[in-house]
Write a protein that binds this ligand. Structure first.
Ligand code: MN
Length: 128
C-alpha cells in the first residue's frame, strides 16, 4: 500500500503541483516546501519516508541541502531523490558524486517517476 509520507522540496509551483498530484493519486501522503531551509525543518519534524529534492532552489541549493540532511542524525537515513531540469553532465556528476539515492530529470515522465519513487522506498525499507 503506497501511503508513505513524501516531502517535495521544489520552488516551481507548476512542478510542485504536478508531483504532488501524481503522488497523491497513487495514495502517497505529501508535504511541500519551496525552499531547502524549510524542507530541512520539515524533514526533522515530520520524518518523511522519502524526500524529492529540486536541484536549483532560491538560496541553499539541492546539494547543500542534501549534505545538511545527511549530517544530521535525525534525517541522515531518509532517502533523497534529486529532481533536476538540468541535463548538464557537470550537474549529473555533482549529483551522483554527492550520493543521492536516485535522480529524476524534469519534465517528469509519470510512469518512470513513480517507478523511481517505489524502487527507492522499497530499497530503503529493506536496508534496515
Ligand atoms: Mn527549482
Amino acid at each position: 500500500m503506497a501511503n508513505e509520507l513524501i516531502l517535495i522540496i521544489e520552488d516551481n509551483e507548476i512542478n510542485r503541483t504536478l508531483v504532488r498530484d501524481v503522488l497523491q493519486f497513487k495514495g502517497y501522503q505529501t508535504l511541500e516546501s519551496q525552499t531547502a531551509e524549510e524542507g530541512i525543518r520539515l524533514a526533522r519534524e515530520q520524518k518523511p519516508a522519502l524526500i524529492l529534492m529540486d536541484f536549483h532552489l532560491p538560496a541553499m541549493n539541492g546539494i547543500e541541502a542534501f549534505k545538511a540532511l545527511r549530517a544530521d542524525a535525525a534525517t541522515s537515513s531518509i532517502p533523497v531523490i534529486a529532481v533536476t531540469a538540468s541535463a548538464m553532465p557537470e550537474d549529473r556528476q555533482k549529483i551522483l558524486a554527492a550520493g543521492f539515492d536516485g535522480m529524476q530529470t524534469k519534465p517528469i515522465h509519470v510512469q518512470e517517476f513513480l517507478e523511481t519513487v517505489e524502487r527507492t522506498l522499497k530499497k530503503a525499507a529493506g536496508a534496515v
